[in-house]
Write a protein that binds this ligand. Structure first.
Ligand code: DHB
Ligand code: FE
Length: 282
């Protein structure tokens, strides 16, 4: 891990996101036809050429862009940059053929092989984990309305400071990550904490770009989920919090109105939120 001491850095999270992508990605299987490569790459280049013409891009700007792209690669920040600024459109296209619960971006911080937990569980966390306790309940059903027992909710989230375990060196491995398995009625109840909004690391090339452009680096607080069950299509999605900061202005443009939780204060100090998932046949 590339870090300075124990503090989370862009270099640390970027390099780790690159490593984890390379270690876990499912290979596409089969080759892409020359026609497809040609069509997609031509379209991308033509968009770039057009931007250069409309904006009358100068040589110094072109060289600065080249320098920035080199730094993006050296810092291992391609996953961060692409998942923030590009993935939402890939997801939009995928969503055209998807039914049931709506999806959104995966992002760079998923790690496979989190521990399997029973339907009523507490997400692994530090004994003194900061943040407002949150009890998240719901049911997984199929598109015909039948409960799906044994469905897996692969859940990962940032902590109360907006950091993800596995990508920030001060956090224990596996913190706030787990796979909750639904009961005979497709139900689950997971106790966790409400995550904080997430800030793109400001000390790396993606952060430099955001600052240079005068944009903001924030994503609203969110829970990440992949919901899966045998015979059904996986759903990769995120849940947001009603009224939360940045819900209407996500740097990654990955919020959707259907994905906003409306938690209420329970009798104790804990927030309670409910969400039901609908899976379509594979
Ligand atoms: C990024 C981080 C996230 O937590 C997320 O959900 C999406 C994108 C990013 O830094 O690229
Ligand atoms: Fe995230």
């Amino acid at each position: 891990m590339t870090t300075t001491g124990n503090a989370p850095t862009a270099a640390g999270s970027g390099a780790n996101a690159t490593k984890s992508f390379q270690a876990t990605r499912q290979h596409a299987g089969g080759t892409t036809s020359p026609e497809r490569v040609s069509a997609v790459v031509r379209a991308v280049l033509s968009g770039v050429h057009q931007a250069i013409r409309t904006e009358k891009v100068t040589y110094p700007e072109y060289q600065a862009a080249k320098q920035w792209l080199i730094e993006l690669g050296e810092g291992g920040e391609w996953p961060l940059f692409l998942d923030v600024f590009v993935e939402h459109v890939v997801e939009e296209v995928a969503a055209e053929t998807q039914h049931g619960t709506v999806g959104t971006i995966l992002g760079p911080y998923y790690l496979p092989d989190a521990p399997k937990l029973p339907s009523v569980s507490t997400l692994p966390m530090r004994p003194n984990e900061k943040g407002t306790p949150l009890v998240f309940t719901g049911q997984v059903r199929d598109t015909a309305g039948n409960p799906v027992p044994g469905a897996e909710l692969d859940l990962w989230q940032a902590d109360d400071e907006g950091y993800y375990s596995g990508f920030a060196p001060h956090l224990p491995e596996g913190n706030l990550r787990g796979v909750i398995v639904t009961d005979a009625e497709g139900r689950f109840e997971v106790t966790t904490i409400r995550p904080a909004p997430y800030q793109i690391p400001t000390d790396g090339p993606t952060g430099n770009l955001i600052e240079a452009a005068g944009w903001h680096p924030w994503r609203p607080a969110h829970l990440h989920l992949i919901v899966r069950a045998g015979g059904f299509r996986d759903i990769t999605t995120q849940l947001y919090f009603e009224g939360g900061q940045w819900v209407d202005d996500d740097v990654a443009q990955a919020t959707k109105p259907e994905l906003v939780l409306a938690p209420r204060q329970g009798e104790d100090a804990r927030l309670r939120a409910r969400y039901d998932f609908v899976l379509e046949p594979a």
